[in-house]
Design a binder for this molecule. Structure first.
Ligand SMILES: [Zn+2]
Ligand SMILES: [Zn+2]
Length: 426
């Protein structure tokens, strides 16, 4: 099932409370692992972004990627000065290069909207979590990051998520692979469509989205990187697999795991789930030890991943994983006389002080109508403010759940509401 991508989000209250649950859960897990949040600007300097993307990708691909960046033009439509962020890694590396000292480890995450253009007029926003561990070449850090991704998925209720693993090798092993793959492409040029040929030639790891059955790429033939790994890369990859297996994380080695960003080295991974009978990649990442030198002029070994939060949200919603937000104790404040505004607001303030949610009716209406509104809003109690009652030092408290009402002395109003709340909890 292919759904239309979300173009721009409109987060209405019926969705926002669910997003908060999703975000709270992410943040709890990330805090336990000592990851610090970075809040990146949504608007980015177009020039810095372009330089970054050129470093992320090979020439042809970088042009392609720049075309998908959403930029703002000046009034004459001549010059793009600012762009909406299409990803977060470039900014994180610039930031880290400024603050880091040799030997330091930084654990960062960011989440929020990213923007891209698809085709001519299709502009879209998507929500993404990005997690980066910077400063470590160790296999332990790599496995920490992979396991963190799995732990987050589990904490969100996606317990079946598994890993697809591959290794892109180091510079040494990938050079031979690139040479052979390009040779293969040339030998079979007629059997590829032009797009696949060009994309694969520029980046043999690129994930071409080709649906042309005649295109050889759909058969996934040709040399595979797994056959080109040097002894060191091979041994590291074996250790990653062993560690993940021992941690009980399900994985599959996928020699066809491709990424459009060619900057990864050694371990790459995807988080894969089943949704509506289909396999779905909801995130992924890998090691990228050489990227920082190209982007920020400072070598910082790094490993990270992204999670597509729109996909995660959609799955959680389909599976009914968002619960709560019902049965909250609320008090409805209704006035039946003029000039009771101060009284209503004071009661509300006192109730808020007790952590009790209130709804203040702005109308002066009769008890029957107001009771109906209070019930529709899900309120358990109703406080009816009448001028003559107040003068006599009392107030009418109606329990909408137990269907009874009684006058209570003004000074006992809040204690009476607390008692009623306690009684309703049982
Ligand atoms: Zn190698
Ligand atoms: Zn093709």
């Amino acid at each position: 099932m292919v759904r239309e991508p979300i173009r721009f989000h409109e987060f209405m209250p019926d969705k926002v409370w669910k997003w908060k649950i999703l975000e709270d859960n992410l943040e709890k897990v990330l805090a336990l692992h000592d990851y610090q949040e970075i809040r990146l600007s949504v608007l980015q300097d177009s020039k810095v972004l372009k330089d970054g993307i050129t470093a992320l990708m090979q020439g042809h691909e970088a042009d392609h990627a720049m075309q998908s960046v959403l930029s703002l033009s000046d009034v004459d439509n001549q010059l793009s000065l600012l762009s909406l962020r299409p990803e977060g890694t470039i900014s994180v590396l610039h930031h880290t290069a400024r603050i880091t000292n040799p030997g330091e480890i930084h654990r960062f995450y960011y989440s929020g909207p990213m923007f891209r253009k698809h085709g001519k007029n299709q502009q879209m926003e998507f929500y993404q979590l990005g997690v980066e561990l910077l400063g470590s070449e160790s296999i332990l850090s790599e496995n920490e990051v992979i396991s963190l991704g799995i732990t987050i998925c589990n904490a969100l209720g996606l317990n079946e998520v598994r890993l697809d693993l591959n290794s892109y090798g180091c510079h040494k092993c990938r050079d031979d692979f690139f040479t052979d793959l390009r040779k293969f492409l040339d030998q079979h040029k007629e059997e590829y469509c032009q797009v696949c040929y060009q994309e694969l030639y520029a980046n043999p790891f690129s994930e071409t989205r080709c649906n042309n059955p005649k295109c050889l790429h759909s058969l996934r033939s040709g040399p595979q990187i797994s056959d080109y790994l040097c002894p060191s890369c091979k041994s590291k990859f074996s250790r990653v697999k062993k560690i993940q297996a021992n941690l009980g994380n399900r994985y599959k080695v996928n020699p066809h795991l491709y990424k459009n960003f060619s900057y990864y080295n050694e371990t790459v991974f995807d988080f894969v789930t089943e949704h509506n009978g289909q396999q779905m990649v909801i995130g992924g990442g890998g090691r990228y030890d050489y990227l920082s030198a190209r982007i920020a002029g400072k070598k910082i070994p790094a490993v990270g991943f992204y999670l597509n939060l729109d996909s995660v949200f959609e799955i959680m919603e389909d599976r009914g994983l968002f619960r709560g937000k019902t049965d909250e104790f609320m008090v409805y404040l209704s006035s039946e006389s003029e000039n009771m505004e101060i009284m209503a607001l004071q009661f509300a303030q006192e109730l808020h002080g007790q952590g009790i949610k209130t709804i203040i009716s702005p109308e002066i209406s009769d008890l029957h109508q107001e009771s109906q509104k209070a019930r529709q809003k899900g309120c358990a109690l109703m406080l009816i403010i009448r001028e003559d009652n107040i003068r006599e030092g009392k107030i009418l408290l109606k329990n909408l759940v137990k269907e009874h009402q009684a006058y209570v002395p003004l000074k006992d109003t809040i204690p009476a509401i607390l008692v009623a709340r306690k009684a309703l909890e049982v």
